[in-house]
Design a protein around this ligand. Sequence first.
Ligand code: ATP
Length: 381
Amino acid sequence: MAYLELQGINKIYPNGFHAVHHFNLEIEKGEFVVFVGPSGCGKSTTLRMIAGLEDISSGEFRINGVRANEKSPREREVAMVFQSYALYPQMTVFDNIAFGLTLQGVDEDVIEQRVQKVAGILGLTDYLDRLPRALSGGQRQRVAIGRAIIRKVGVFLMDEPLSNLDAKQRVTMRSEIAQIHKETGATTIYVTHDQTEAMTLADRIVVMKDGYIQQIGTPYELYYKPVNVFVAGFIGEPPMNFLRGKVADGCVDFGENKLDLRRVMPNIGEWEGKEIVLGYRPEAIKLREAEAPDAYRIDCQVELTEMLGDYTNVYVTAGESRAILKVDSHDTPPTDCALCYYIPTESVYLFDAETEKVIAGRSLEDEPAKDHSKAQSELKA
Ligand code: ATP
């Protein structure tokens, strides 16, 4: 039995809008799960149903095996951190952090001790006498997190907690949240539309679109084994490149480039006459034939380059299709020149253009996705 169980959860708002469809998920104690997806896909609605701030229209939500649909937020023992921080402006940092404990009538000495401990974890010790308006955005967000973690609840729910911070603060707070999770070991559900936050923080990611779960998996699984075009395009930066075409004699013509798909899908004959989508990641391509002995050669035109330090994004066109290539910045080509590049066949994914489901590529390989944490412990050994 998992710690949190969501079974067939639906949310239909009073105006009839069906925001979440048949949501199934089990979360183990201590897990860090991230809900990710574009705006309006139902992430916050699902989180708010878990928090008890929104009614569950149908389905069952269980905590520790016990039905919790009808329980109040307090009974569920969850703490939520909001995007807007929701601090009390007239209270000091100390009082904001202590607020939940003060309400519960906890002994003053215990409160003092716990606030000092939490402030220490969050680097707020020197700010306890300040009012929120005298803090930076990142410090305010830390106070909001402090107020949540001081309560020692079973589950932390975080709804886009970093979205009001600038890019640099977001990176810092992201690693602090990871550190806090390591220290507290608390079960955490975190909502974001930022795939980098999802990939860096999560044990498991739930990718959502239009109220439906698209895929649940580790960051590794979502990157290497996407189940459909949406997940393949959502995870990865820059996003996966896609080419669309009709299969004829086992091949597909993409502009000037004719690709023999039998090399990646022996049973491509079954798709004869049908539209398929071929996907490959910008970072998978090679610029030299010798680096990719089994590869498709693509001839293209360089439109634009963006040098970003150790790598360059190269925007190219090949006939009607466009692609982004991620290359070592030492290999940055001049703009407006002709270029050829190589897509290793092992890094090609094929999708059914109609259902958008994957039909060939690493996603369908039997071996379970490699767990990079295992690789890390092997390296240590
Ligand atoms: P964002 O990243 O923009 O916060 P989200 O994925 O968290 O988006 P939700 O806030 O869960 O999305 O909203 C899901 C859908 O439900 C949206 O289409 C939204 O317009 C709709 N919705 C949210 N609240 C209500 C409501 N009270 N009544 C009707 N529809 C609602």
